[in-house]
Design a protein around this ligand. Structure first.
Ligand code: HEC
Length: 129
């Protein structure tokens, strides 16, 4: 098992997510062109590996799952009651503005303003299963 990297990527503003991607290379740097580069702003809180743990819920195979249903994760009430299924459409809306789509969410992420960046992130999530 690889150690989970905990980096404090502070999301200065949603529109800076591209800069956040570029600024995320400190430390090991063993994977310069990782396929999950589109998810660089997520991995400070989310593990992408099956069974991996982090401060956010695991995102392995998240596309198609029902929101707020992973065993052992303490979701917000809003997420548990959202009734959402993580289709690509719902992910797009959620990543654009988490708090609009899931009021009361604990996900401390302002959102990804750039539609192309969202599409790249969603494609990476869909491929990560
Ligand atoms: C600051 C930490 C943080 C960042 C950055 C972050 N998340 Fe989250 N995310 C969370 C937390 C905490 C939750 C649980 C929210 C809740 O319970 O309301 C969550 C929930 C989610 C969920 C719902 C999971 C489920 O099991 O229903 C998805 C999907 C998600 N995040 C995707 C992303 C993506 C994609 C990114 C990057 C663009 C990202 N998150 C960035 C902390 C974060």
């Amino acid at each position: 098992m690889k150690a989970t990297k905990m980096k404090s990527v502070s999301t200065v503003a949603a529109s800076l997510s591209i800069l956040a991607l570029a600024g995320c290379g400190g430390g090991g740097g063993e994977k310069p062109a990782a396929p999950n580069a589109a998810l660089a702003s997520c991995v400070s809180c989310h593990s992408l590996k099956e069974g991996g743990r982090s401060s956010g819920p695991n995102l392995h195979g998240i596309v198609g799952k029902t929101a707020g249903t992973q065993q052992g994760f303490a979701y917000s009430q809003g997420m548990k009651e959202s009734g959402l299924v993580w289709t690509k459409e719902n992910l797009d809306a959620f990543l654009a503005s988490p708090r609009k789509v899931v009021p009361g969410t604990r996900m401390g992420y302002l959102g990804m303003a750039d539609p192309a960046a969202r599409q790249a992130a969603i494609a990476a999530l869909a491929a990560n299963k």
